[in-house]
Design a protein around this ligand. Structure first.
Ligand code: ATP
Length: 270
């Protein structure tokens, strides 16, 4: 049986409205949306549309969300795979998946290919070369480089890749004509956390008195994913208590719970 490693869907539901904060990153990807919407306009004078951009930043900061929003705003298909899917793959399989993915995207172009955790395949070659699976990782990386180089000037497929370890990536990935643009997606500051709360509070029935500034103040160091988690937990905590609406205290309890979870995670790592 063939494992399915990527999903393709025309995701018109995710838009820039779903992505809070990240003004700079949004501005940069806005250009990519423009290219995908009017490829002919941009290539008419002999220019080439960029092939790839790297989204760099800590986990849970909205890199996947942003990539989906690019596809959604441009109304183009979104093909995705994760670098971690390629770990421990049999020889030849990873490279053929990459070939297959690019073939499908080209057929449906204009399109976005999104590669999450690209560091899992894109680590500098020739390091930690102890295991067979590492050779396969190199094959996969080489195939990816080959595919990006092989794009014609009018392929109209843009590859977005995400990583939180840009420092370990093979420099060949960043060469001109590959992932030659880097877009930083940082943890949100207090103002951005407030905006992220506003997005994730939309579906939640809250008590009128809810003070979003206060919640933003209580959550330093939280990522967008953590904040989404807080909102969801708070709604579940309130529902368990048979409340009619979610209150400030439910949010504080949810924050405590997430902080506890983060501390545990950090303990396991160290
Ligand atoms: P990872 O590096 O772990 O893959 P990521 O940067 O790709 O993380 P996402 O998967 O995009 O992060 O974020 C997870 C979820 O967190 C999103 O689906 C969304 O619900 C929420 N989220 C993260 N950042 C934002 C943001 N800037 N605005 C709104 N929601 C956000």
């Amino acid at each position: 049986s063939k494992a399915k490693l990527f999903d393709e869907k025309t995701d018109t539901r995710t838009s820039f409205k779903d992505v809070a904060g990240l003004e700079g990153a949004k501005e940069e990807v806005e250009e990519i949306v423009e290219f995908l919407r009017n490829p002919d306009k941009y290539t008419s004078l002999g220019g080439k549309i960029p092939k790839g951009a790297l989204l760099v930043g800590p986990p849970g900061t909205g890199k996947t969300l942003l990539a989906k929003a690019v596809a959604g705003e441009a109304k183009v298909p979104f093909f995705s795979l994760s670098g971690s899917d390629f770990v421990e793959m049999f020889v030849g399989v990873g490279a053929s998946r990459v070939r297959d993915l690019f073939k499908q995207a080209k057929e449906k172009s204009p399109a976005i290919i999104f590669i999450d955790e690209i560091d899992a395949i894109g680590r500098a070659r020739g390091k930690n070369n102890f295991t067979g699976s590492n050779d396969e990782r190199e094959n996969t990386l080489n195939q990816l480089l080959t595919e990006m180089d092989g794009f014609g000037t009018n392929t109209n497929v843009i590859v977005l890749a995400a990583t939180n370890r840009a420092d370990v990536l093979d420099k060949a990935l960043m060469r001109a004509g590959r992932f030659d643009r880097q877009i930083y997606v940082d943890l949100p500051d207090i103002r951005e956390r407030k905006e992220i709360f506003e997005v994730h509070l939309r579906p939640i029935k809250t008590a009128e008195t809810l003070d979003i500034d206060f919640l933003a103040k209580q959550t330093p160091g939280f990522s967008g994913a953590d904040i989404a988690n807080v909102c969801n937990e708070a709604a579940l905590i309130a529902a368990r208590k048979e409340k009619k609406a979610v209150t400030k205290q439910d949010f504080l309890d949810a924050v405590d719970r997430i902080v506890g979870g983060l501390e545990k995670k950090n303990k396991i790592i160290t």
